[in-house]
Design a protein around this ligand. Sequence first.
Ligand SMILES: Cc1cc2nc3c(=O)[nH]c(=O)nc-3n(C[C@H](O)[C@H](O)[C@H](O)COP(=O)(O)OP(=O)(O)OC[C@H]3O[C@@H](n4cnc5c(N)ncnc54)[C@H](O)[C@@H]3O)c2cc1C
Length: 479
Amino acid sequence: MSPGPTTEESASPNIAQERYGFPKQGKYSLSYWLQGVQRDPLLNYRSTPEFPSSVDIVVIGSGMTGTLVAKHCIETWPEKSVVVLEAREFCSGATGRNAGHCKPDQWRGFTDYEKTFGTEQALKILENEQQTWSALVKYVQENNIDCDLWVGDTLDVPVTPEVADATKKNFERFKAVGGKVDHIKVTHDPPIAAEISRIRDALACYAWPASTLYPWKLTAHIMRENLEKGVNLQTRTKVTSVIGSPKYPEKWVVKSERGDIECSHVVHATNAYSSALEPSLRGLISPSPHMCDRIVPPVTFVGSASLENSYGVLLPDGGLFSINPRSTAEGSVLFGGSNPGQREFEQWLQEHPERCIDDGMLGFESVTKAVQTFAESQIVGWNAKFIDHSWSGIIALSADGVPFVGQLPGLSGQWVCAGHHGHGMARIFTAAPGLVKLMSGSSWAETKLPEVFQLTRSRISRLTKLFKKEERIEVHPRL
Ligand SMILES: Cc1cc2nc3c(=O)[nH]c(=O)nc-3n(C[C@H](O)[C@H](O)[C@H](O)COP(=O)(O)OP(=O)(O)OC[C@H]3O[C@@H](n4cnc5c(N)ncnc54)[C@H](O)[C@@H]3O)c2cc1C
């Protein structure tokens, strides 16, 4: 048996022995982002002490998705009542515990997407990421939002010959079919790549504009504006089921630990936890814990000598270090991604499926060790000896690697925007408004989202069949 994680406490033993579950109650690990806002009253906010019994729209989940869906709902229908129900503290799911990258993939996922969805959709998926990043940056800048937004060059750096070769082929293929690459600076000269990236074994370096940010603060800003516009936020309110209204056939009853709400529309913005509430999503959206680590850089890496870029260090078998230097703030460096230690963690999870929704874990030895080894051996002149802080968060793996956006087939008035596959920061800013367009009766084309994001009966049935036959499409989380 593999060694277990460091943990706040064990996950509750009555969680189903399968890969789905509700948000973990009790102690969860404190992410770097949540640690920084512990005195913020929004965390435990309830707009009204009493629980509403009837509203127009119920949004379940207060991460980036639920918060943005609520924003677009209240802007589209100022006269309607909107309530956001959150099982734990405000924005304490993946949005409050991720690696803080908003990195539009340019070509890295192209071959995988092309294999699964065809060339046109693969191009659309990457175009959508670019649009999402632009929309997020524009929104933050125009509204002057205090969320430590950094805009600069992110670097993708392959560090083994096989990965460098595969990356190059992927890039060339993307370019050959008309993918936009003018804005990507590329070198295949290892010494130059190592000099630019400051990574010892760099074999190539691809640079393009992307961002890092404080996701909780951005989400909180949007939620505060929502509250001013009349949205009702109810934290610490777990939804336990959604059933048809016994009184009105076209309405739903959202059942929670604090009471029931009757409504016309329900939005599942529950990401990794979606399939606990909605059984038809089981096998399609699966929770997968990941770790993030924060390192305090050595004195040789502060001030003007700090790391100036964010990174995706590309490793064999889809492995990745996602590196976010908090150069704009106090200078610590955050590591996320599916690093080489993730495999051992995954094996451990096979033996402990009930821990798949456990974000109380404070690190897993193989994952932490991989970060330590990489930083010490690969970042030129680094020599930092310790990891200061580790935490966990739950990624929503999508069975085909892209989110599910749309109405639940056969359940008119129930909507989903979830399954962001570890890459929501580069998706949600367009996916959430897209969903609200659908709710207002617009066509899919009007959402401008790639067609393959749409939640359709045929997509569910195709993926469910694959899942039953255990022939799932292997798609690595993008982060
Ligand atoms: C460790 C880690 C690192 C990541 N790094 C990156 C990155 O660098 N870049 C990137 O683009 N993406 C990253 N991601 C993914 C990104 O954080 C997510 O895609 C995104 O935050 C999803 O937002 P969301 O609002 O859909 O889900 P969440 O933020 O998870 O929000 C869902 C909310 O729903 C609530 N909820 C669930 N079920 C219920 C219920 N029954 N009743 C009431 N409330 C409920 C949850 O408590 C939660 O607050 C990372 C994720 C993790 C875990």
